[in-house]
Design a protein around this ligand. Structure first.
Ligand code: ASP
Ligand code: MG
Length: 425
């Protein structure tokens, strides 16, 4: 008997018919002799609908009072899901009980709309499991120490599920979703993309942070910190396939770099269109200048990604960085109005039509020439690289947005990731 956590995404919970099929799948696992904790998302579209209602009544505001209410509203989506799933299980003769975050409780800090889990008390859940029940816990939400309902940020049910699995030391956390695993890249862009049988946790972390939307990045961080065995798999396989078969499907996120994985130098190509580039030109090259430019940006709560400072000419240099595209206009204004006069820089320029394309692989640690192969591939396609950034296991380039698909396809092929190519998973 194993303790298993299942997480079902919004699409898997999208209708009563789908909820019934989730219940059948869960019941199958119970019959196979396992203890089950299930963490579902709200029914698909529900969180958007709820937040849409809120927006009709009041424009988005950063005030804590309004953010508190947004969380109270958004959290109801998951409450409906857990109740419906418990009923569906009971209707199939499987004892089940649902809990909202506060009932467990899942304790979080008080940062509404992006709260972090502090601790999970599993006493109640364990007692129910011991009594032979399936326990269904709301994803996405918790409670702070003042008793206010909080949410973990969009896509947060992944993190809830991994956190519950970590707190309970579950044997495995299965994330059921509408794709059948993690792919070498987005199959909508590269039809030859392959599903990875396994991927290391570090690679997954890079893929998630670089724009692969399969898992919420915080859930991957959590899994890494507590070494939660995690598998991403499809909820659209027939519910009655054998449990053993399900255990082999999807993508396993691993913590050991086994031999097989080491053979693949690059495991995946990630991309992100949500960025914009900003360049401050003619900055006096003196100590403190990076701070004078990026300090106000950070104070305005704007995330900065790729940063480049050029060598200086005649005591002046150019300084470029990228921000989320949604922050582009605000960042430009901030720089023009405050940083430019304060630093004596010549000019601020920007380009919102860029994208970032990255190759990711732990094999890059031990292989030379990987980045240069990336650059050669892009040059053969006539794609100009505007910025480059690297870490131990990834190389990212910033290029013109209009070449994104071409770049992803070319790199996917160059690194032998296409279906049928002889690369190890
Ligand atoms: N229902 C929430 C959302 O739509 C949380 C989740 O689905 O993971 O973001
Ligand atoms: Mg999701």
């Amino acid at each position: 008997m194993a303790l298993i956590v299942h997480k079902y995404g919004g699409t898997s919970m999208g209708s009563t018919e789908r909820i019934r099929s989730v219940a059948q799948r869960v019941a199958k696992w119970v019959r196979a002799g396992h203890q089950l904790v299930v963490v579902p998302s709200a029914m698909s579209g529900e969180t958007n609908r709820l937040l849409g209602l809120a927006k009709e009544l009041a424009p988005p505001s950063a005030s804590a009072d309004s953010q508190r209410e947004l969380d109270a509203i958004a959290a109801t989506g998951e409450q409906v899901s857990v109740g419906l799933l418990a009923l569906a299980l009971q209707a199939q003769g499987v004892p089940a009980i649902s809990y909202a975050g506060w009932q467990v409780p899942i304790a979080t800090d008080s940062s509404y709309t992006k709260a972090r889990i502090r601790s999970i008390d599993d006493t109640r859940v364990r007692a129910d499991l011991a009594a032979g029940k399936v326990v269904i816990i709301t994803g996405f939400q918790g409670i702070d120490d003042q008793g206010h309902v909080t949410t973990l940020g969009r896509g947060g049910s992944d993190t809830s599920a991994v956190a519950v699995a970590a707190a309970m030391k579950a044997d495995e956390c299965l994330i059921y979703t509408d794709v059948d695993g993690v792919y070498t890249t987005d199959p909508r862009i590269v039809p030859e993309a392959r599903r990875l049988a396994s991927i290391s946790f570090e690679e997954m972390l890079e893929m998630a942070s670089l724009g692969s939307k399969v898992l919420q990045i915080r859930s991957v961080e959590f899994a890494g910190k507590y070494r939660v065995p995690l598998r991403v798999l499809s909820s659209f396989t027939p519910w009655d396939i054998p449990v053993e078969e399900e255990c082999r499907s999807g993508t396993l996120i691993t913590f050991e770099e086994d031999e097989k994985m080491e053979q693949a130098v690059v495991s995946g190509i990630a991309f992100n269109r949500d960025e914009a580039k900003i360049t401050v030109m003619g900055v006096p090259d003196k100590p403190g200048i990076a701070y004078q430019i990026l300090g106000p940006v950070a104070d305005a709560n704007i995330d900065v990604d790729v940063i480049i400072q050029n060598v200086s000419h005649d005591g002046r240099t150019d300084f470029s960085f990228t921000v989320n595209r949604g922050d582009y206009a605000r960042t430009l204004d901030l720089l023009k109005n405050t940083v430019l006069p304060a630093t004596g820089a010549a000019q601020v320029m920007g380009d919102p039509k860029i994208c970032k394309v990255s190759i990711v692989g732990i094999g890059m640690r031990s292989h030379v020439g990987v980045a240069s192969k990336m650059f050669r591939t892009l040059s053969e396609e006539g794609i100009n690289i505007q910025m480059i950034t690297t870490s131990e296991i990834k190389t990212s380039v910033v290029i013109d947005e209009k070449y994104m698909e071409l770049a992803v396809r070319a790199l996917h092929k160059a690194f032998d990731l296409d279906e049928g190519a002889v690369a190890a998973e």
